[in-house]
Write a new protein. Structure first.
Length: 254
């Protein structure tokens, strides 16, 4: 807010003390406007909502979070339990599970619990997509609401077969797994790029299954359990007229 002061007459200038008082007065009026106060009113303090319930009487929940780990797409992981113990009488108990893939498997909790009484809630996880899943188990009661975080990882199986194992390998990205023999990967990603690499004992021939062709690189979308097959051949021993170089190895994690 801009304020102009006009002094009347050449010899009637206001002393500095008056100017200072005017600024102070205007400042107080500005504060009154800012606070939404009208002349003659005074500031009021919002009423105190009061403290919440004593933490020592809130129900005990164990564990405080549930992590289902990896579970196959459209499969069901083993259910996990939360134990509830009432430290004072509780009423109006209700349960709610939030989050895609999570559900209430079972419970023996009644609508009320007396002091020292307990019950159990079991939660299920059946991922509907690959990747991370997060949710919550909410327990509402007469003293408030308790929340248990839920987590799980949806995966899809990718089966990789190798013909003439030991003379080549298949690398998967972004899964980061190298298979030198037949292996199955539980992929948390909905896609994969496979790279076939032969070694000094053989050469890559081509793909089978969900991949096709002779290019050493194959990219796939993983919407359901998938199998691919990489065929390698050992070099031919021209002196004996037979193939050599058979061998075996284990899947290698980076």
């Amino acid at each position: 807010m801009a304020v102009d002061f006009t002094f009347i007459g050449s010899s009637s200038r206001r002393p500095p003390r008056f100017v200072a008082f005017a600024f102070v007065a205007l400042g107080l009026l500005g504060c009154r406007d800012t606070l939404g106060l009208s002349p003659g009113s005074s500031a009021k303090t919002a009423p105190d909502a009061g403290p919440g319930p004593d933490a020592s009487v809130l129900p005990l929940l164990e564990p405080r979070q549930l992590d289902f780990g990896r579970a196959r797409l459209l499969g069901t992981a083993p259910s996990l339990a939360v134990a509830i113990l009432a430290r004072t009488s509780l009423s109006d108990l209700s349960l709610r599970v939030n989050g895609s893939g999570f559900g209430l498997a079972s419970t023996d909790c009644a609508a009320s619990l007396t002091e020292g009484e307990g019950c159990t809630v079991r939660v299920s996880f059946s991922p509907t997509a690959t990747g991370a899943h997060n949710g919550e188990l909410d327990l509402a009661h007469s003293l408030g609401t308790a929340t248990i975080p839920l987590a799980g990882l949806g995966t899809i199986p990718l089966e990789i077969g190798l013909v003439e194992a030991g003379v080549g390998e298949v690398r998967t990205e972004p899964q980061g797994v190298t298979c030198a023999t037949a292996c199955t990967i539980e992929s948390e990603y909905p896609f994969v790029t496979l790279s076939a690499k032969d070694n000094a004992d053989g050469f890559f021939v081509g793909w089978g299954g969900a991949c096709a062709g002779k290019s050493p690189v194959c990219s796939l979308d993983l919407a359901s359990p998938t199998r691919v097959e990489a065929t390698f051949r050992p070099p031919v021993n021209f002196e004996r007229g037979s193939a050599t170089g058979r061998g075996s190895a284990n899947a290698v994690m980076p």
